[in-house]
Design a protein. Structure first.
Length: 500
């Protein structure tokens, strides 16, 4: 019997009423294992109504109550991390170690939310004028929504809802319909931790559900992570409906390798950053810029390492890379490799025809490595979101950084060098929101914020960290003047001496 994933509304499972379902496949076999209910407008409205009602009390709850629940949730999440990782592997396809790493990174933001009392402290200035004090405080927005991608079905939702609810908001999550089970399990664990009904709701679906969240008058803010075209649409549409928006888009992350770099370390980094999680992550390194004479040796070292990667089902402990999420996506990724030579690329490794014995119907693709890639090639211009690494050549540092800064994306970037002065120049001159120095995937820890520049971010706030707290709250300034008690009305004696 096919498993059905339902919505989570008002603290309990809610069967889909629209009659529309989407298929969820096991990427390793290609078989449909699950059906997920797609929400109608009425079902989205029910989730928002549940969140709105819950906000009446949750928004007034004490910090101690919120953090106590989040501490319990953290303990449950830690105890169930293997179970959640298995759900991720079954529906996304990534290997178990990658799935465990995803849960661990989500736990970082739960840790941050557990300490929200520090982040929500206000400011006070006394005696700004005679007997006048000014205080700044932050208050929750109300109902907020999150729309999350398939590539990190547990981590990215946890970038959002723990901070949002810790700040006193209630939340409606619309996860990817391709791998929905992890998000529902997280909601179940939060309910088990004592979260009041309606504070976190999960609705599944497609554009119908997304558009309703973007236009619903009771949704005050929208967080999104996904591709650049959709991020732009989310930002434009939600902003037009008067909502606060943080919309994180796509990327084409470059790694600049200078002639003095440790090439073995650079090759190790390039392989893990390009092919980890099958390249399905917005912080993957998809373009290496080799400066000077190091290109040939670097490509040889990358190829040598890439050829040793074991590809197989994510639940096989010996697998180092799993399949892609869908057959359609697999075919699209393969097309970039198949057309690369005609666009002037040197195809060093071609993984477009790769299959795994015994799992021939899975969404498999092998490792691909393209060298001497011109900037006009589609494999360079587009975010491929698969295990394809482009190597470009530059004669000088200046040529390399100009190439990187010409990209419309500005999510993450890295430099590999032994020279501190060169690294310092790079981190100041490169046009990207996250920079690694001898670190290939510079994803910030939870108490710093994550976000890119240019076409990689729409909106004014990055996600989690201090930006996350500010996004999920709004500031209020209170100016107070109290008369001196000695000047009280006649006949009222508070025990103070009269001043006059």
């Amino acid at each position: 019997m096919t498993k059905i994933v339902n919505h989570w509304i008002g603290g309990k499972s809610a069967e889909g009423a629209s009659g529309t379902f989407g298929p969820v496949t096991d990427p390793a076999t290609g078989a449909v294992t699950t059906k997920v209910a797609f929400a109608s407008v009425d079902e989205v409205d029910a989730a928002v109504a549940s969140a709105k009602e819950a906000f009446l009390t949750w928004g007034q709850s004490s910090l101690a109550q919120r953090t106590t629940i989040l501490f319990r949730f953290r303990a449950l999440l830690d105890a169930h991390r293997d179970e959640i990782a298995e759900l991720i592997t079954a529906e996304h396809g990534k290997v178990h170690s990658d799935a465990l790493g995803e849960v661990a990174r989500g736990l970082e933001i739960v840790d941050l939310a557990c300490g929200i009392n520090v982040q929500l402290k206000g400011e006070l200035s006394t005696q700004v004028a005679s007997r006048v004090d000014v205080a700044s405080l932050r208050q929750p927005l109300g109902v907020v929504a999150g729309i999350t991608p398939f590539n990190f079905p547990a981590m990215v939702p946890m970038w959002m809802f723990p901070l949002a609810i810790a700040c006193g908001n209630t939340f409606v999550l619309k996860p990817s319909e391709k791998d929905p089970s992890a998000s529902v399990r997280l909601a179940e664990l939060l309910t088990e931790a004592g979260l009041p009904d309606g504070v976190l709701n999960v609705v599944h679906g497609d554009k119908v559900a997304v558009d309703r969240l973007l236009e619903h008058p009771d949704v005050k803010a929208v967080s999104f992570v996904g591709s650049t075209p959709i991020a732009r649409y989310i930002h434009t549409t939600a902003s037009a409906n008067g909502k606060r928006v943080q919309a994180l888009g796509g990327a084409k992350n470059h790694m600049l390798v200078l002639p003095d770099a440790d090439l073995d370390a650079a090759a190790d980094a390039a392989v893990s950053a390009a092919y980890g999680s099958a390249g399905e992550r917005c912080m993957a390194i998809s373009a290496v810029v080799a400066v000077g004479s190091v290109g040939d040796e670097l490509v040889d070292k990358i190829r040598e390492r890439a050829e040793k990667i074991k590809i197989g089902p994510g639940n096989d402990p010996t697998s180092e890379m799993g399949p892609l999420i869908t057959k359609v996506h697999r075919d699209k990724v393969a097309s970039y490799v198949e057309g690369a030579a005609a666009e002037g690329c040197e195809v060093v490794l071609d993984g477009s025809g790769y299959t795994v014995d015994g799992f021939e119907d899975g969404h498999w693709i092998g490792i691909s490595l393209l060298d001497k890639v011109p900037t006009s090639a589609k494999a360079y211009q587009d975010e491929i979101f698969g295990p394809v690494l482009c190597v470009l050549r530059a004669e000088t540092y200046e040529e390399g950084i100009a190439l990187i800064n010409a990209s419309p994306f500005g999510n993450g970037t890295a430099i590999f060098t032994r020279d501190g002065g060169a690294a310092r120049r790079f981190q100041l001159e490169v046009e990207a929101g996250m920079v690694g120095v001898n670190v290939p995937i510079p994803v910030p820890v939870g108490y710093h914020s994550f976000g890119g520049w240019k076409d990689s971010l729409f909106g004014d706030h990055h996600i989690y960290g201090n930006d996350g707290t500010h996004f999920y709250t709004r500031g209020k300034v209170v100016t107070t003047r109290w008369p001196d008690p000695a000047d009280g009305p006649a006949g009222v004696d508070l025990g103070f001496p009269r001043n006059h």
